[in-house]
Design a protein around this ligand. Structure first.
Ligand SMILES: NC(=O)c1ccc[n+]([C@@H]2O[C@H](COP(=O)([O-])OP(=O)(O)OC[C@H]3O[C@@H](n4cnc5c(N)ncnc54)[C@H](O)[C@@H]3O)[C@@H](O)[C@H]2O)c1
Ligand SMILES: CC(C)[C@H](C(=O)O)[C@@H](O)C(=O)O
Ligand SMILES: [Mg+2]
Length: 365
């Protein structure tokens, strides 16, 4: 197995070493065989060679069996348009034909105090969001700026994007949604805006057709704005949520916040060739970068997901997750989740604590 690690920008450079520390322990102790390659993406190669997604990284990504991605993005460089550092994310997703992002959100009892929700609402929260990430308004053409010919202010410059999905794109992500729900508690909510959007009406029809192949999964259609509200008022009612790219982007960040921090949530992203990609739910967080303050848990959870999905080692994945749970239960907290009565630790100290716990949990050589 060839694993490509792309730390990228901002806190990506601080959390990736913590994730690789965990991977090194598992490799050394458990016979997990992998060749690890590190590559450049984002602001670094943009400054060095004028390209946030250089050809060498493209080649490494093509050749990798699994990709661990940190973060990319620097809002002060957004004016660079197609060369902005976070454009590398879309380019990488496109290159690898990634289409389905799955993120699981669980509020363990030891985490209840971290959630912004009262315990009575947060308790028993355990759901997944399956988000389509290759299409929608993100990718579809035409998009751009032009002079408005009609509307309330003709003659002004207007920005426009195209929302678009084909039946096959919806069918492909719907299958991932149903498979995910089947492996969990068998309840799938498909969130769309079929009350206003033609794209969503197609989405709803195709999802309903695919449902016939999964009689054991209970499907409900829900309007995405209602889903946003109910995620906050009653998150424990959800098992699996299936949604499109833009709605999924927003619903995922709402869901992350419920767990206490976006720094706790990891994603696995699938294409159709078996090559798998892992990334935390958050971005480069430049406001805290370079201060050893970031929460490395989302990135470390990516290693657990990689052990489960790319190395077929669910036992090791669960042990890494157990080490994280035990360190949180012992009261260690990075700055963004620290409250009175818990122990404030740095990014590297959190990583080290999880690594020590993991060493203790793993069977002797
Ligand atoms: N997959 C990715 O690489 C990805 C995802 C989202 C945003 N971005 C990019 O990152 C840049 C910054 O975006 P943003 O500020 O909207 O989102 P962000 O996720 O980087 O940060 C949002 C907030 O969450 C906090 N935060 C994020 N991760 C954290 C962690 N691990 N520990 C503690 N606190 C954490 C940050 O300090 C910030 O206050 C933008 O350029 C954006 O395009 C990249
Ligand atoms: C940075 C951006 C392109 C990306 C997205 O919108 O998909 C990010 O917000 C995410 O959630 O991974
Ligand atoms: Mg996002």
């Amino acid at each position: 197995m060839r694993v490509l690690a792309l730390a990228g920008d901002g806190i990506g450079r601080e959390i990736m070493p913590e994730a690789l520390r965990i991977f090194a322990i598992v490799q050394g102790r458990c016979g997990v065989r992998a060749e690890l390659v590190e590559g450049a993406i984002g602001t670094g190669p943009l400054m060095d060679e004028g390209n946030p997604f250089p050809a060498a990284t493209e080649t490494e990504a093509r050749n990798a069996d699994a990709v661990l991605f940190g973060a990319a993005g620097d809002p002060s460089l957004d004016h660079l348009g197609p060369k902005r550092p976070d454009s590398a994310i879309g380019a990488l997703r496109k290159l690898l034909n990634l289409y389905g992002l799955v993120r699981e959100y669980r509020i363990a009892d030891a985490q209840l105090a971290m959630s912004p929700l009262r315990p009575v609402r947060a308790r028993s929260t355990d759901f997944a969001i399956v988000r389509e990430i290759s299409g929608d308004v993100y990718a579809a053409q035409p998009k751009g700026q032009r002079i408005a010919e009609d509307g309330p202010f003709p003659g002004e410059v207007e920005g426009f994007d195209t929302m678009r999905y084909t039946e096959s794109e919806v069918r492909r992500i719907a299958h991932l949604g149903f498979r995910t729900a089947r492996a969990r508690s068998g309840r799938l909510v498909s969130a769309d805006k079929s009350n206003v959007l033609a794209t969503s009406r197609l989405w709803q029809r195709v999802v309903a057709e695919v449902a016939a192949e999964y009689p054991d999964v209970a499907l409900t259609h829900q309007l995405a704005d209602n889903t946003a509200m109910q995620l906050v008022t009653d998150p424990a009612s959800y098992d699996t949520i299936l949604t499109a790219n833009l709605f999924g982007d927003i619903l995922s960040d709402v869901a992350s916040a419920l767990t206490g921090s976006i720094g706790l949530v990891a994603s696995v992203v699938f294409n159709e060739t078996g090559q798998v990609y892992y990334e935390p739910g958050h971005g480069s967080a430049l406001d805290i970068a370079g201060q050893d303050k970031a929460n490395p848990i989302a990135m470390i959870r990516c290693v657990a997901l990689m052990l489960r999905h790319s190395f077929d080692r669910p036992d090791l994945a669960s042990t890494v997750e157990q080490a994280i749970d035990e360190v949180l239960a012992a009261g260690l907290r990075t700055a963004e989740i620290h409250v009175d009565g818990t122990t404030l630790v740095s990014c590297s100290a959190m990583g080290k604590a999880i690594a020590d716990r993991l060493e203790a949990l793993l069977p002797p050589d």
